[in-house]
Ligand binder design. Sequence first.
Ligand SMILES: Cc1cc2nc3c(=O)[nH]c(=O)nc-3n(C[C@H](O)[C@H](O)[C@H](O)COP(=O)(O)O)c2cc1C
Length: 153
Amino acid sequence: MKHVDLVFGTVYGSAQFVAETLADELTALGYQPRLWQAHELSAFTPEAGLLIVVSSTTGSGDLPDDIQPWYFRLKSQAPYLPSLNYSVIGLGDSSYTDFCGAGEKLNELFAELGARAVLPLLRIDAMETMEPETEAKTWLSQWHQQVQSGQAA
Ligand SMILES: Cc1cc2nc3c(=O)[nH]c(=O)nc-3n(C[C@H](O)[C@H](O)[C@H](O)COP(=O)(O)O)c2cc1C
């Protein structure tokens, strides 16, 4: 049974709900998800295996307060993570100039740390859908196929 770490960054709760939905779906698919709460992130450095990060964007392309310390710690410690298979889902709103800026920052960070992207960044637009979890579930079936095909650990 494959373990999957799930991390979210949220202001109003949508990204958390998406992450919780993915945790349920992952369990149904036979994975063992671990959903990290914001207050637990100081103890978590992803090293290997599967990581999914779901984050909304706030301010002007900024990371939500709950995920910022984790992001900046990883950025300053810069661990080399070649055995990590990561994926990022960004929630945003295309009426803002920096659409899904936080998702982009997270996606770039893991690439810089030498981790491998299972899939490209998924951007979910609040202008297009009121149900980001539905897009995330469709995305998860692609993710599952990639993992099953052995293209991710
Ligand atoms: C004050 C504020 C600033 C925002 N800034 C951005 C932004 O810069 N880029 C973007 O793509 N979306 C932006 N958004 C849209 C949110 O990211 C989007 O509504 C998201 O679905 C919220 O998810 P959450 O409930 O997990 O926080 C902003 C929303 C608010 C209320």
